[in-house]
Design a protein around this ligand. Sequence first.
Ligand code: ADP
Ligand code: MG
Length: 682
Amino acid sequence: KKHSKVKEMIKKEDEDDKLVALKPITEHEKILAGRKKLPVFPYREEFLAAVKDHQILVLVGETGSGKTTQIPQYLHEIGYSELGKIGCTQPRRVAAMSVAARVSQEMNVKLGKEVGYSIRFENCTSEATVIQYMTDGMLLREILTEPDLSSYSCMIIDEAHERTLHSDILFGLVKDIVRFRPDLKLIISSATMDAEKFSKYFDDASIFMIPGRMFPVDIFYTKSPEADYVDAAVVTVLQIHVSQPVGSGDVLVFLTGQEEIETATEILIQRTRNLGSRISELLICPVYANLPSEQQAKIFEKTPKGARKVVLATNIAETSLTIDGICYVIDTGFNKQKSYNARSGMESLVVTPVSQAASNQRAGRAGRTAPGKCFRLFTAWSFQHELDANTIPEILRTNLGNVVLMLKSLGINDLIHFDFMDKPPADALIRSLEQLYALGALNDVGELTKLGRRMAEFPLEPMLSKSVICSEKYKCVSEVLSTVAMLSLGSSVFYRPKEKKIMADTARMNFARGGGGDHATMLRCYTDWASTDYSDGWCFENFVQVRSIRRARDIREQLENLCERVEIDKTVSKPDDNDALLKAITSGFFYNVAKLGRTGDYQTVKQQRTVYIHPSSVLSKEEEPPLWLVYFELAFTTKEFMRQVAPIDPSWLVEIAPHYYQQSDVEDSKAKKMPKSKSRGR
Ligand code: ADP
Ligand code: MG
């Protein structure tokens, strides 16, 4: 039956071709014609035959060959979607959303209907959905409620070479699932790296190669190391722009994060403005994880004649997104990586040199449609001697708390013998077990407690979910939900344009009045906004990013719904009580406590590491910095900074976490009393 379907399809496509010849070409017909030009297209039948013959396939092809957008459609066209949904995972939210949007366009259907996506805090699927893109983290969550993935006929674990923490866990789980679901097709899809390793792990699965069409890329290095790679990148963009004909191709720059991208954008705008009409138009397109979806579409728009596009991206553009027309790549040689010190239990985001493999992948982005050039902003010596050959999988450099919690709630108790592709270091595993035990999520024989089971319901780090659950005890559920939603954004809601810095800072400090540090500041900001019926105008007046805070509202709503599932009364509220809020926060974050030292820096209480308040904190300019702080996370840039901090009373620690803090840990602070929080002056 399926075979005849294929024939029908081919026939239909032939007819489509004829129609194209007769009628003027519409936008959608152009898209369909584009589909046939992709490198994967000539291998469609061969690939489908391989899927028929094998339960597990490892699919390998250069980025941009059509794996992500085409394979699910092929499977759908041949009828697999009649047996169950076709799922496809992506390591990043932006990729999941943008690819789903693209495929719905190709299929000429509304996004969220036949083609949908689901990412944390956002579900854009419906009863009609047959092709579902999702983050790998979301698939893990789905397995919690549907352990055999029974609603799927095919599952594609895409971008497998990225080896994200969630993908690595998924490998172990789906490997098991296919054993008792012989009808489930599993495709492990990856760029041209590690194919053998994947095949071996999945019991010598067949490898299906899509031969690439790559043009040569010339690689240039700097003669000496760059002191400021952001500035060097900007200079290189402008050099390319003035020295190379505009029609010769667009530029892609790899930077490490949103802040850097925004800085580079500003400098570029300024310098091109100074050059005025002496240069042709330069369109600047930023791409990073939290980029609002309206702007995401912009990066794919065709560059108008006479102009050049420069895409400033994080490593999201390394493999997950393909932007056509790029012929110049500028590689700063860095990305932002999670790094975890299992001994100290510290996890932080660190700007790290990329691997040789990643750098080569970046260079490859210049040679998709024509010969290209790649400018590496580091020396050839450094490439050879300082870069690792391959990127270290995330599972080897992360806090495993959330994952352990998740595996435990899936009934996988023996983590040491779980079939990991690369086993996480034993001390990291033990650390997270200890942390979950300290949080009360595991009992002393390592089983999930009732609290742990409730925590696992939330798509949050264990420390955050613990805070949410404890908010009931301190009668401030509503407040903690808003605060946690704001903390979960991953970037600041406060907007600080260069030319209006002082006004922006004043607006922000208005929320800080009333004490309680960054946490209470965020809460007040959220509450004030909510009281204006979520007004956009209010956001502009107060220098708050409309899109971010709206996202906080969505997140909050999701968390509220989850509260019902774990029987937390979400209506419990205690406005303007900083102590209640911060006690609930400390219940989750008692690991993250630091104490003021004599020299004005802070020491973390348990590990005695020197840390500093991040300059973006409302407490960073306090004349009398608080003696004790709870912090949300550490970020290592020039120094080890604590981000999102709030003052606490050390006596809470003994009250909240008596198994973790003894009186002696908090003793010497007795002499100086905590200043009472001032009431808010308005
Ligand atoms: P792969 O997964 O093999 O890297 P993709 O399926 O992502 O390849 O990409 C195939 C083609 O689809 C690329 O040429 C890319 O430019 C195009 N494409 C992907 N997403 C979009 C989009 N949102 N808008 C326009 N073109 C897109
Ligand atoms: Mg892809």
